[in-house]
Design a protein around this ligand. Structure first.
Ligand code: GDP
Ligand code: IMO
Ligand code: MG
Length: 438
């Protein structure tokens, strides 16, 4: 059972890119399972900072095949730009593979994303405006155009004519917008298809052949489980399933082929966009976290909302995803706080909830109950082993484990590749500060 899922346990931006990069050193393939260019995954190496949107975060490991699975929605222009940007920085992109089944984000999808947000007025989702929602809506409504279509001019001609006609009527009649010209779009799509052709394959066949040879693979999710369309704070969610189950579906891997579910959690909470966040801090403490954690969106640059760790929400996602191991990132951000808090319950009227309610209105109305512990007031950013952590930090980690009901194996103490402690494999290669991450 050689597949490892790397998923976010909160509202995204937990550091999935960094963990994927670290673990990709030991595998030959990383498969991205869901989402689109709404994702922004950061990897920091000696060569600088890389912000990846569609290409799996294994790409900085030479020889790693980087597969964009069927569950991803692909904006071809963004993908090609990302590939060109990496190539310009001397990153080898020959291992990129794109599923012919992946759906295409067309120019009308970001346009509809913006228009749909504008008519929600005060009740908007706060999407990344990348067209993800409208693209996934077309996919399940069976109106999607897929990567395979871009490679077949006659098939594309027929499908695009039907879809664009209906979208143009929507744009003109519902929103009073100008229509999109067919011929220009058709030729743009064919051009993108030609450029992508060398990379397009049946990724599910490639993935299954690799697994059949007994090789290890990683599945990288985008977003976080609290943004899941079924179990997140609907409607303030993304339009895919950033869960362990969604990872299998999007990557073309069967549940029984998964060996590990590694969920990444920050040592506190952040959220971008609207929706309930019971442990949110709208005060100086929240601002201190934002500044220390550089909490500004990787994709949109928006300031992220910040708060203490939400134990209720973390328990919800850990249980639903069968999390077997946890990576706790950005612990160093809390180094300067005299006290750290965990939200241990939601008090709602005369009840205390230990689970996440179905209605966002109830989460919104809930007040956090707090569990306080002393901070460690020491710089952890240079520490190399778990044993080196201050006792207060270790106590905080073990309290978090009681909410997660899973071992916290990795601890992030900074954005760089080497600032990652593996509690269970503490040895580092001779003469190197880089951890041997398994
Ligand atoms: P992703 O979307 O889950 O891949 O996460 P993002 O890249 O959007 O956001 C995580 C941010 O935290 C990035 O700026 C990372 O460079 C940074 N980061 C990751 N791990 C750590 C850590 O342990 N400590 C600190 N200080 N920064 C980290
Ligand atoms: P990574 O992979 C954080 C949020 C948006 C918005 C909601 C819906 O970097 O963790 P969408 O554009 O998906 O329709 O927006 O989801 N969102 C993310 N928040 N990290 C992400 O990705 C996100 N992708 C979407 O801010 O609240
Ligand atoms: Mg991100």
């Amino acid at each position: 059972m050689p597949a490892t899922i790397i998923m976010g346990g909160q509202w995204g931006d937990e550091g999935k890119g960094k963990l994927t990069d670290a673990l990709a050193a030991n595998v030959g393939m990383v498969v991205r399972a869901n989402g689109g260019s709404n994702a922004g995954h950061t990897v920091q190496t000696d060569a600088g900072v890389f912000k990846l949107h569609l290409i799996p975060s294994g790409v900085l490991n030479p020889g790693c095949l980087c597969v964009i699975g069927a569950g991803v929605v692909v904006e071809p222009g963004t993908l090609l730009e990302e590939m060109d940007g990496l190539a310009a920085r001397s990153v080898d992109i020959s291992g990129v593979r794109v599923s012919e089944r992946a759906h295409v984000v067309l120019p009308y999808h970001p346009q509809l994303d913006r228009l749909e947000e504008s008519v929600r007025e005060g009740d908007n989702i706060g999407t990344t405006l990348r067209g993800n929602g409208p693209a996934y809506a077309d996919k399940v409504a069976r109106h999607g155009i897929r990567i395979a279509d871009l490679l077949r001019p006659e098939i594309l001609r027929r499908k695009l004519a039907i879809e664009l006609d209906s979208k143009n009527r929507q744009l003109e009649l519902l929103y009073g917008e100008a229509s999109i010209e067919y011929s220009t779009l058709y030729h743009q799509l064919l051009g993108w298809g030609e450029r992508l052709r060398p990379y397009v394959v049946s990724t599910e066949v490639l993935v299954q052949d690799t697994l059949a040879q007994g090789e290890e693979i990683l599945i990288e999710c985008a977003q976080g489980a609290l943004l899941d369309v079924d179990y997140g704070s609907y409607p303030y969610v993304t339009s895919s399933s950033p869960t362990a189950a969604g990872a299998c579906q999007g990557a073309g891997v069967a549940p029984m082929q998964v060996r590990r579910v590694l969920a990444v959690y920050k040592a506190y909470s952040t959220r971008v966009g609207s929706g309930p966040m019971p442990s949110e801090l709208s005060d100086d403490t929240g601002e201190r976290i934002r500044v220390r954690g550089r909490e500004y969106g990787t994709t949109t640059g928006r300031p992220r909302r910040t708060g203490w760790f939400d134990g209720v929400a973390a328990r919800h996602t850990s249980r639903l995803n069968g999390v077997s191991e946890v990576a706790l990132t950005l612990l160093d951000v809390l180094d300067t706080f005299e006290q750290v808090r965990i939200c241990s319950g939601y008090s709602l009227g005369d009840r205390v909830l230990r689970h996440v309610p179905a209605l966002s209105e109830d989460s919104e109305a809930a007040n956090a109950q707090w569990l306080d512990s002393p901070g460690w007031l020491r710089d952890t950013s240079q520490l190399l082993t778990y044993e080196d952590l201050p006792p207060e930090a270790k106590a905080y980690v073990s309290t978090l484990e009681s909410f997660l009901a899973a071992p916290i194996r990795y601890v992030g103490v900074g954005p760089a590749r080497e600032q990652l402690i593996d509690r269970f494999t503490p040895q580092r290669a001779a003469g190197s500060t880089a951890p041997v991450i398994r």
